[in-house]
Design a protein around this ligand. Structure first.
Ligand SMILES: NC(=O)c1ccc[n+]([C@@H]2O[C@H](COP(=O)([O-])OP(=O)(O)OC[C@H]3O[C@@H](n4cnc5c(N)ncnc54)[C@H](OP(=O)(O)O)[C@@H]3O)[C@@H](O)[C@H]2O)c1
Length: 259
């Protein structure tokens, strides 16, 4: 991590990569943690809150597939004044598109694509105003996926939402390149979390990486690069297109008229 943040908002903090981010940040960073699981949020607040250092750990239980959940989170985020936003919550049902319940597909798009878009649109302006006024930099990490580069049968909707996350984040990194915010699209390949089990795919594939490694590497990369592909074989293969896409986005930022 290039510099320390005062306060971080992490979605999907109750397990996996989101929880790993919460554990990886230093105790000088206050936390606003969200997910639906109230017990897990309570446990994290107890574990990560530090009475000695005066660290603030707040939690919001919210379903981010709904406007109600997004509104509740944004209401809590306003006074919290996060300078680091980590859009991580995600889900991807595995299976044939034609037999998938429509509600599952809609929820996948709402959680993976619409929720980060809404959070970024609502929170980034305030984050930038504070950063500019205080002469420091804000941070944004959006958790896409290695699958965001690929069309994936039986994970078609999930992969499409991760392509959305990747493209949106890369474009914003270029569009806001002159502003005081570091933006990172994080694209892990298989990681040992509850994701595979929840998706209906089954157990984590062999060689899946440690979520603590993913979170710590992302914090190191923030401010140094715009896209981070993490994982064994496919990670290295996807790094080249990531660099090309970042260069194209920056060229378009210069070429396209301002509105
Ligand atoms: N694991 C992998 O192999 C892998 C690879 C590439 C990218 N990713 C991405 O990494 C991110 C984190 O996933 P993970 O692997 O850490 O999986 P995970 O352990 O299943 O964690 C998912 C998180 O999202 C939250 N969440 C799920 N549905 C939600 C909803 N409707 N509203 C609010 N929060 C919700 C969960 O909290 P609650 O259950 O408490 O709501 C949980 O904290 C996702 O965006 C995923 O697409 C994962």
């Amino acid at each position: 991590m290039g510099h320390s943040f005062r306060a971080a908002l992490i979605t999907g903090a109750t397990s996996g990569i989101g929880e790993a981010f919460a554990r990886a940040l230093p105790t000088t960073t206050d936390l606003l943690l969200t997910g639906r699981n109230k017990e897990a949020l309570g446990r994290l607040a107890t574990t990560l809150g530090d009475g000695a250092s005066g660290r603030r750990v707040e939690t919001v239980s919210a379903d981010l597939t709904s406007d109600k959940g997004l509104d509740a989170l944004c209401a809590a985020a306003a006074p919290f004044a996060a300078d680091l936003l980590i859009c991580n919550a995600g889900f991807g049902p595995f299976g044939d598109f034609l037999s998938a319940p429509e509600a599952d597909l809609r929820n996948t798009v709402s959680l993976n694509a619409m929720a980060p878009l809404v959070l970024m649109r609502r929170l980034l302006p305030g984050m930038l105003i504070h950063a500019e006024a205080e002469g420091r930099r804000a941070g944004l990490i959006v958790v896409s996926s290695g699958l965001g580069f690929l069309p994936v049968p039986r994970l078609a909707t999930y992969a499409a939402t991760k392509a959305f996350d990747l493209s949106l984040t890369e474009a914003l990194a270029a569009e806001l390149s002159a502003r005081p915010v570091d933006i990172l699209a994080l694209c892990p390949t298989a990681t040992r979390t509850r994701f595979s089990e929840r998706s209906g795919y089954g157990r984590n594939p062999p060689g899946a990486q440690d979520p603590a490694h993913v979170a710590s590497q992302a914090l190191v990369a923030l401010g140094r690069q715009r896209t981070l592909v993490l994982g064994a074989v496919s990670g290295s293969v996807l790094t080249v297109p990531a660099l090309v896409r970042a260069a194209v986005a920056q060229a378009l930022q210069t070429l396209l008229p301002r509105r």
